[in-house]
Design a protein around this ligand. Structure first.
Ligand code: CO
Length: 495
């Protein structure tokens, strides 16, 4: 007789086929889909979501889980069952009808946001945003919470994290960041590089592919394409795709989104096959995911050692950079200054962008802020956190897609990712010794192997707290970020 655990595996495998279809549709929508396909795509995406949920939330799943629990299981099967049970219970909390409505409305809202951003017109987007926000508030009620509705949504992205804890982290982090930023003002500010040339996109693409290969990204298990908002999409266990964007006059700019998404992809590809259960949920949390991208982007990609190592590759493709030395390049990619756009913010002020969004989305979900008040509040908070004013809504409240697609509760994970990354980096240094030497000689596999062993290996079996503690031996400690940032930026600023 076939064991229930085997039947459950087959059943979940089928669900993962729907996940693949949905992921492929979504990847296409965000890369190459013509705009006139929007309505149809919304319908198709909702249909796939419905089919998938019908299968996952069926009585059969519940019965198979129950009887598998009665069986004597090997460790791998027990882990599999733990992962399935968690996802099943999680998805059960939200009525299927609400999940399908969300899938449909978010496809529409995404297109509305895109148009509104082009037209620089918040009012055009606001009705759609209100629909999405209301759906998210409804979802929070279904999921349940102890203290505030926002906690229910935050938990989707960062298991067991509470808004109050994020508050606590911000309260400690903010003054120390402000202090460091003002200390740097006394130092020597690097100059921004401008070559005055244009750099063909296909050449920049070549450079990006070179970098991804160096990091250990497998082009037989993924690809690199273009999208206005870079992202990583897991389509199937051996199909993880990254996107990036380009500026024709600045080939250095594109390197960072590419490394960043490459870091995400390495995590997804590094989860061992036996823990690859749900394609859209392979990781410990979004914060741990972001720690991977930020580690590669900032600790590796913005280090002096990387630029020294990488300089010959860069100048082979773009000889004009021979006029600049690697140290100048390194400094130029580490300028700290308040800016409008989160995704291109420096490592320090980036965290202020998150604090601002956290306050706003928490208010919207908890019912303290109306969507119509957003533009005004956005500009107010930009002034108080960064002392700048967006000249228009496209570079202000409309810059990110997250709220349009219902990703409320996501933003704090970006800040947590920076903090986790620094803590992991610190432990990695203790474990493998001279990381600088590894980077300097391009031995990136040593870094990747450490991440595979300490982080990727768990897949989604454990939550962020457990993974961080297993890897570093302690709870989240912001000292590691401040120590890393202090050392690095004092060096950049000659202090
Ligand atoms: Co990321």
């Amino acid at each position: 007789m076939t064991k229930s655990i085997e039947k459950l595996r087959a059943h979940i495998k089928k669900y993962s086929y729907y996940e693949t279809m949905a992921a492929l549709l979504s990847w296409d929508q965000h890369t190459y889909m013509p705009v006139k396909s929007t309505e149809n795509r919304a319908e198709v995406a909702a249909e796939i979501t419905e089919l998938a949920l019908t299968l996952l939330l069926s009585e059969e799943t519940g019965d198979l889980i129950e009887s598998a629990e009665q069986e004597t299981l090997e460790e791998q099967d027990r882990d599999f069952l733990t992962i399935v049970k968690r996802e099943y219970r999680d998805k059960k909390k939200v009525p299927q009808d609400l999940q399908v409505r969300m899938a449909k409305e978010s496809t529409r809202a995404y297109e509305a946001w895109k148009q509104a951003k082009i037209n620089n017109n918040f009012n055009e987007f606001e009705p759609m945003l209100k629909i999405i926000t209301d759906l998210q508030r409804e979802e929070a009620q279904c999921r349940g919470y102890e203290t505030e509705p926002y906690d229910a949504l935050l938990d989707k992205f960062e298991r067991d994290m509470k808004a109050a804890e994020v508050d606590d982290i911000i309260e400690k982090l903010k003054p120390r960041l402000l202090e460091l930023v003002s200390e740097l003002e006394k130092g020597k500010k690097p100059r921004r590089l401008e070559t005055g040339e244009t750099f063909p996109i296909h050449k920049q693409q070549e450079l990006n592919k070179e970098i991804l290969k160096l990091m250990g990204f497998d082009f037989d298990a993924g690809n690199l394409s273009l999208s206005p908002h870079p992202f990583t999409a897991s389509i199937a266990p051996q199909d993880v795709r990254v996107t990036t964007r380009y500026r024709e006059n600045d080939p250095i700019y594109t390197i960072f989104p590419t490394i960043h998404e490459g870091g995400h992809a390495l995590y997804e590809l590094g989860v061992p096959p036996e823990k690859q259960v749900f394609i859209e949920n392979l990781a410990a949390s979004f914060g741990i995911h972001e720690s991977q991208s930020r580690f590669w982007e900032n600790m590796v990609g913005r280090s002096l050692e990387f630029w020294k190592f990488f300089f010959p590759t860069l100048t082979a493709i773009f000889p004009v950079f021979k006029n600049v030395n690697y140290e100048t390049l390194w400094r130029s990619v580490n300028i700290v200054e308040p800016s409008l756009i989160r995704t291109s913010a420096d490592e320090l002020t980036y965290n202020f962008h998150i604090m601002l969004r956290f306050e706003l989305e928490r208010g919207m979900i908890n019912g303290d802020i109306e969507t119509s008040d957003l533009p005004g509040l956005w500009n107010e908070k930009m002034k108080s956190y960064l002392d700048i004013q967006p000249p228009n809504h496209s570079d202000g409240v409309l810059q990110d897609m997250h709220w349009a697609v219902g990703l409320y509760g996501y933003f704090p994970t970006y800040m947590l990712g920076n903090l986790y990354a620094a803590q992991l980096y610190n432990k990695m240094k203790q474990d493998i010794g001279d990381i600088d030497a590894s980077i300097l000689s391009g031995r990136f596999e040593e870094l990747l192997q450490w991440m595979r062993r300490e982080v990727h290996v768990h897949g989604s079996l454990y939550g962020p707290r457990e993974v961080l503690e297993k890897a570093t031996g302690e709870k989240l400690n912001i000292d590691y970020f401040m120590q890393y940032a202090g050392e690095k930026f004092r060096r950049v600023y000659d202090l």
